[in-house]
Design a protein around this ligand. Structure first.
Ligand SMILES: NC(=O)c1ccc[n+]([C@@H]2O[C@H](COP(=O)([O-])OP(=O)(O)OC[C@H]3O[C@@H](n4cnc5c(N)ncnc54)[C@H](O)[C@@H]3O)[C@@H](O)[C@H]2O)c1
Length: 353
């Protein structure tokens, strides 16, 4: 990392996750300066750069490589379709850049393995961007669990659901690498693992395509047996109506804990106004009228601000983030095992994968 006080960041991608979450969060972090963005097309990338006051916009053929070779850049944020994570991590790390990569780390364990080997070999800082473990209520839940107020933890249920992703590439098996299990199961799996504080021993997966016309699963359930009998229950759906639904339930021998970050937002609105007026109120809402539960400050409440501070703080201390590619790799290992379990219809030991 360079010595200057502000970390100079390069962004790979110009899509949803950057516009709606990472950029609003980065604006709140004075130690960070976004100096470049790489996108596919000139018009969109230039417009993105103008919108966020970014001085350099790389686009067209080789834009990812050109950004990663830019000597001004200290660190790269990978927010590209899943098939581009490994190539982007590789070129960034080989050019000595620290890297933060959106979930999932790879389309499968083999890719995640290669990503981890590369960043270790290049000795760069690597952060796995699992925002849900930085959600303020989930961080608080972790402290409650550690304090013992819930007793011995027996069951953790994590649910993330909506009615289906926004961009075409998510629906392309080759580009995405998997359906809802890979796309959102990665969150639920990592949340249960983070809260149990240990790796699971066995997986049981169920996947199904129930509504959408796609070769990918649009619903999944992953059960994880943790050492000592604790169960992680990871429920994910691309067919659930009513807007983004993120919930967590933790059960212990001496208590239980409930979190609902997308319905209990502290604000409810009823509207009959037309869509031109209401615009964006709820992420992936299926209705723009009637009773709505708007989220607010999502870049904080969904964990992005804390996640990016964690990455930048780790860079400043020249220490690996506590959530790094080893964690991302393990999530990919668990997901591969859950897919195999779903195919074989039985529990599978995770072993030392
Ligand atoms: N943490 C979360 O909850 C969360 C939510 C949404 C997406 N994500 C992850 O973030 C990543 C991006 O998702 P998104 O929703 O922003 O997708 P998106 O489709 O909105 O954006 C993808 C971006 O990648 C760019 N791109 C594609 N090919 C490129 C290329 N060859 N060179 C340069 N740019 C290219 C596109 O132009 C686009 O700007 C994915 O890995 C996804 O899983 C995470």
């Amino acid at each position: 990392m360079a010595d200057s006080r502000r970390v100079k960041l390069g962004l790979l991608g110009t899509g949803f996750i950057l516009n709606d979450f990472h950029l609003p969060a980065l604006r709140e972090i004075p130690e960070a300066q976004v100096v470049a963005v790489a996108g596919r097309t000139g018009g969109k990338t230039d417009a993105f750069a103008r919108r966020w006051g970014i001085k350099k916009a790389y686009h067209g053929e080789g834009s990812i490589e050109r950004l990663c070779k830019d000597p001004e850049i200290d660190a790269v944020l990978v927010a590209l379709p899943n098939d581009l994570h490994l190539p982007a991590i590789t070129v960034a790390a080989e050019n000595g850049k620290d890297v933060i990569c959106e979930k999932p780390l790879g389309r499968n364990l083999a890719e995640a393995d290669r990503a981890l080997r590369t960043v270790r070999k290049q000795k760069v800082i690597h952060c796995y961007a699992e925002n849900q473990i930085f959600i303020p209520q989930i961080s608080r839940a972790k402290k409650f669990i550690e304090s013992g107020v819930l007793g011995k933890i027996t069951w953790i249920r994590s649910r993330e659901a909506h009615s289906g992703p926004h961009s075409r590439w998510f629906w392309d098996p080759e580009r995405a690498g998997g359906g809802v299990l890979l796309d959102m199961g990665c969150h639920s799996i990592e949340v249960t693992r983070y809260l149990f504080g240990r790796r699971p021993e066995a997986t049981s997966g169920w996947i199904a395509t129930l509504v959408h016309e796609t070769p990918l699963e649009d619903n999944s359930l992953v059960l994880l047996q943790y050492e000592g009998g604790g169960l992680g229950q990871c429920e994910n759906s691309w067919t659930a109506r009513g807007g983004l639904d993120v919930r967590l339930e933790v059960f212990g021998s001496e208590g239980s804990l409930f979190i609902d970050t997308t319905r209990e937002t502290g604000i409810k609105i009823f509207t009959t106004a037309s869509e031109e007026k209401t615009g964006y109120i709820v992420e992936k809402a299926d209705a723009k009228q009637g009773w709505l539960y708007p989220a607010w400050n999502e870049f904080i409440n969904n964990g992005y601000l804390a996640e990016l501070r964690h990455f930048l703080g780790s860079m400043a201390r020249a220490r690996q983030p506590s959530e790094n590619f080893e964690d991302g790799r393990l999530v990919n290992a668990i997901m591969d095992s859950a897919y195999a379990s779903a195919r074989e219809g039985r529990w599978l030991e995770l072993g030392s994968a």
